[in-house]
Ligand binder design. Structure first.
Ligand SMILES: [Zn+2]
Ligand SMILES: [Zn+2]
Length: 453
């Protein structure tokens, strides 16, 4: 019979290491919509009730300082896209975050695994892009609202799920967001902090303005890049730099029996450029690589990973007309300055309601917005000002409606004997995102005060 003293186990229990920051698992690793590292930073900051700017400044200052020589996020906004990329910035940040959260897979939230094959030129956007319908869907189905890595790539212009163009302009304040900003929060504008999920279907029918062929091409790009990102964790080691050159050689051999000129002509690539790529002396941009894969009817993943697929070269895909670089741009050729000026003047004095944005005006004129702006800067600014004024009025109206709503909900909860916490009030609001607005919060404070709670 053992005594009580003998039964006591006085050995210290094995305590697993604790992480300094919350151990939050990234979303979608190994899927098409894997989260981006900058989006992860924003979610991590939110979990700690901090702004990403503050989190970076307090916990990751050494990473920012090493790459940019400063620790303040405000000063490096334009470069924050690189945090999801192929370089030292992404490597340092993912490693630092792995140390702080003890999550071991954060480098999959960047393009680091493909660093030897992707040129950094035009690879990542500095301006944030998002799909309002994805945000809305995740919110409605109680899923985590986050920022997929796919959206941060310059070549991806459409959401492959909703087949609609990614947004880059906040519908509330009209501003654009940087990839990572001081007040970034998944699903919300970092400037006005409003909810970016689409409220109505009308807001996201922009894809109708492009041709069917163009839409198919854009959706194919989003899907094939998504497949590449999904495959990242399965990659045992980064692919060598000469992989593209070898694949190109093999396809030229198979498709045109080694005739580079015919291959280049068929794919509408300058022959000298193709030669440099085949020799491994330069790397094609991701956009060029995608065009080649699209023409060969293979996914970019198969192009990079597999042996040569059987390609019937005479049945290759044709690129949509706007993607063919050798042709002059249809828009610039068709620019009729008199017609455009007349239309802009008409729009400026018209009583159309709601007033159209410059994007909409350019679409109606079938002209490039930048070309119109170059020719008629003042008229464009005036039309934009009218549109922004309208958006502001909408915004103020929404704020007013929400204040009234908050008041009614608070009274109702109070009468039911329930304490009107922010979370409880927001559950009943038609636009819960507005509870982050200063005026709406003040309205909640006011009614609580009036009720003496
Ligand atoms: Zn979507
Ligand atoms: Zn905004």
């Amino acid at each position: 019979m053992l005594t009580i003293e003998q039964l006591w186990d006085l050995k210290l229990p094995l305590i697993p290491p604790r992480s300094r920051l919350y151990h939050i698992e990234p979303v979608g690793v190994g899927t098409l919509l894997v989260e981006s590292l900058t989006g992860y930073v924003a979610r991590l900051a939110e979990a700690h009730c901090l702004r990403p700017g503050v989190l970076l400044e307090r916990e990751l200052a050494s990473v920012l300082n090493k790459a940019y020589g400063c620790t303040n996020l405000h000063k490096i906004y334009r470069f924050t896209g690189a945090l999801n990329g192929t370089g030292v910035m992404a490597a340092d940040l993912s490693q630092a975050l792995q140390n702080l959260t003890l999550c071991e897979n954060l480098h999959f939230l960047t393009l680091l695994s493909w660093s030897k094959l992707l040129t950094s030129r035009n690879l990542l956007r500095s301006i944030r892009a998002w799909c309002p319908a994805c945000y809305k869907n995740w919110y409605k189905t109680n899923q985590v609202v986050y920022e997929p890595l796919l959206w941060s790539l310059e070549v991806v212009k459409f959401c492959s799920v909703h087949k609609q163009k990614l947004s880059q302009q906040c519908p509330h304040c009209g501003h654009k967001n940087y990839t990572l900003a001081w007040r970034s929060r998944p699903g919300y504008c970092s400037k006005c902090e409003e909810w970016l999920g689409a409220e109505t279907e009308i807001e996201f029918c922009t894809h109708q303005v492009i041709s069917q062929a163009e839409l198919e091409f854009e959706i194919w790009i989003a899907t094939t890049i998504g497949e590449l990102l999904a495959y990242t964790p399965s990659l045992e080691s980064p692919l060598p730099k000469d992989r593209i050159a070898k694949a190109l050689y093999a396809y030229i051999e198979q498709a045109t029996e080694g005739n580079m000129a015919v291959f280049a002509r068929q794919l509408q690539i300058p022959k000298n450029t193709l030669w440099l790529w085949c020799k491994g002396q330069s790397l094609p941009s991701l956009k060029s690589l995608l065009k080649i894969c699209y023409c060969l009817k293979i996914s970019i993943l198969n192009f990079l990973m597999e042996g040569v697929e059987s390609t019937n070269f005479f049945q290759t895909h044709r690129l949509p007309p706007t993607q063919v670089e050798s042709k002059p741009r249809v828009n610039s050729k068709a620019f009729d300055a008199d017609k455009v000026e007349q239309y802009l003047k008409t729009m400026l004095i018209s009583n159309e309601f709601p007033p159209p944005s410059m994007e909409e005006v350019a679409r109606r004129l079938s002209c490039d917005r930048r070309a119109i702006f170059r020719h008629f800067r003042d008229l464009c600014s005036a039309i934009s000002a009218k549109y922004i004024q309208y958006r502001k009025a909408c915004y103020l109206e929404n704020v007013e409606i929400c204040c009234k709503e908050v008041r009614d909900i608070t009274l109702k909860l109070h009468n039911l004997g329930q304490y009107p916490t922010e979370a409880r009030v927001s559950e009943f609001m038609s636009k819960p995102g507005y509870l982050r607005n200063k005026i709406v919060r003040a309205a909640l404070g006011q009614i609580r005060h009036e009720l003496g709670i």
